[in-house]
Design a protein around this ligand. Structure first.
Ligand SMILES: NC(=O)c1ccc[n+]([C@@H]2O[C@H](COP(=O)([O-])OP(=O)(O)OC[C@H]3O[C@@H](n4cnc5c(N)ncnc54)[C@H](O)[C@@H]3O)[C@@H](O)[C@H]2O)c1
Length: 432
């Protein structure tokens, strides 16, 4: 493994609600005025060996993860507000939490973004690079990355897309291999969105990349191949936070007990800027595809047609400004049991979107950096745990069940740390 003493530069395209909640939270934890609740890397233990051995170190003590004191943050955003202004506007954290870290946040000013309103229609920004050609934009992002590494005297960086959800794009010919993608850059192919340019720039600069939004970004062969060539880990996509987190807990339970499902209606009201962006049907389409995919792979209706083949799954997202970041995710689940008798389950999750997403940014930053230092490259399927729409190799099936994802994540961490994987088979009987 490489040198672990350098700072870890965490780059976020997007300095909105999620990114500022992450940055403010890390600083509050560093100052000892808050605790990193929701972060697996900071709080969770990992069992090593049989249960009876009682070896359960914290993950961060078992693995050489970057320490929070080593993190430095930089961002791009088409809106020129610094992190303090952006955090105040996002209204996620109270003044009592922002005031103690205000000076620190005010120093984080976004670099001019590569931004194009054709891909995020409900947003206008002035802090934008004045470059017309996609090739030039990608090169400018690469230069930014090099300059930021030099500024912070480090070779170690990760990039997590915390930008708005772009419109839904299907992979096209320019996404099939690197030559086609680079030709696409040269002729300004409209199939290449800004988030793809950030992903390309990151991978070219040897920087691991994760996509926290549901849009197409690094999840196509051209960038997946480039990531392998450059020994860069990548992961995606769309942070698994509120409603989908619960869906991927409940659905495996119904399946495990062989209870059938007739319908699952999920609706959301949210009033933050993310909600405003998702009010555009093309951005909503990206989210809808990401949120809708989870049930089929968990329930396997092809194996259990009597239980799940007629499942009607509907997902709605409604922009409702009075709620701000305090989303309400409401689920009605129509299930049936013994002899077909019907039952209903209602879940009403009054959550806070960015409070759930911020620790995932931290965990992904630390784990992608670890993966790179362990020589991992390309798609990191073991990070599926963090995503609504896990990025996997084309011949693989995405795993959505939270507990299987968690099991795989922990075993991968054991492997990266040189410990035996845990199978949960019965331990040896006493005296054997
Ligand atoms: N909060 C959650 O629980 C959650 C869960 C899953 C996914 N997400 C996704 O995370 C992303 C961020 O969410 P948020 O609540 O912080 O949204 P937000 O609107 O508060 O922040 C997004 C920021 O990205 C900026 N941006 C847009 N295009 C950009 C570009 N090309 N380059 C750089 N910056 C750009 C916007 O100006 C904005 O400041 C969204 O895509 C959202 O869908 C959030």
């Amino acid at each position: 493994m490489q040198d672990t003493s350098e700072p870890l530069l965490v780059l976020t395209p997007g300095l909105g609600a999620v990114a500022t909640t992450f940055i403010a939270g890390v600083e509050a934890v560093r100052r000892g005025i808050s605790s990193p609740i929701g972060s697996l890397t900071q709080l969770q233990t990992i069992r090593l060996g049989p249960r009876s051995a009682e070896r359960n170190p914290l993950i961060k003590d078992f693995l050489p993860l970057a320490d929070l004191d080593q993190l430095v943050m930089e961002a791009w955003d088409p809106i020129p507000e610094n992190a303090l202004q952006a955090a105040r506007r996002a209204r996620v954290l109270d003044s009592s939490d922002l005031d103690p870290v205000a000076e620190f946040l005010a120093e984080i000013r976004p670099l001019p973004a590569v931004f194009d309103q054709n891909y995020v229609r409900r947003l206008e920004g002035t802090n934008v690079k004045k470059l017309e050609r996609k090739r030039e934009q990608a090169e400018a992002l690469r230069e930014d990355i090099r300059n930021l590494k030099a500024k912070h005297r480090t070779s170690r960086a990760v990039m997590i897309w915390c930008g708005s959800t772009e419109i839904h794009l299907e992979p096209s010919t320019c996404h099939q291999d690197l030559d086609a993608f680079e030709e696409g850059l040269d002729r300004n192919d409209p199939a290449i969105s800004p988030s793809q340019l950030y992903a390309y720039a990151a991978i070219q600069e040897g920087v691991p990349y994760a996509n926290g939004a549901p849009n197409l970004s690094a999840d196509f062969p051209a960038l997946e191949d480039l990531a392998r060539q450059k020994t860069v880990p990548i992961a995606g996509k769309d942070f698994k936070t509120g409603q989908t987190l619960l869906k991927t807990v409940l659905a495996p339970a119904f399946k495990a007990r062989m209870l059938g499902i007739d319908g699952w209606f999920s609706t959301n009201i949210l009033g933050n800027r993310d909600g405003a962006v998702l009010d555009d049907p093309d951005s909503f389409r990206s989210k809808e595809v990401s949120k809708s995919g989870v049930l089929d792979t968990i329930l396997q209706p092809e194996l259990y047609p009597d239980l799940f083949a007629n499942l009607y799954h509907k997902v709605r997202i409604n922009y409702y400004p009075p709620r701000g970041d305090e989303k309400e995710g409401w689920d009605n689940i129509d299930i049936f049991g013994w002899l077909g008798y019907k039952m209903q389950i209602k879940v009403d999750f009054l959550c806070r979107d960015s409070i759930l997403a911020a620790p995932l940014v931290l965990d992904l930053a630390l784990l992608l950096d670890l993966a790179q230092r362990c020589g991992e490259s390309g798609i990191q399927e073991w990070l599926s745990f963090f995503f609504k729409s896990p990025q996997v190799y084309p011949s693989h099936v995405a795993e959505h069940d939270l507990f299987i994802q968690h099991f795989r994540l922990k075993n991968t961490l054991r492997r990266l740390g040189g410990a035996e994987v845990v199978t949960h088979l019965a331990e040896d009987p006493p005296g054997s």
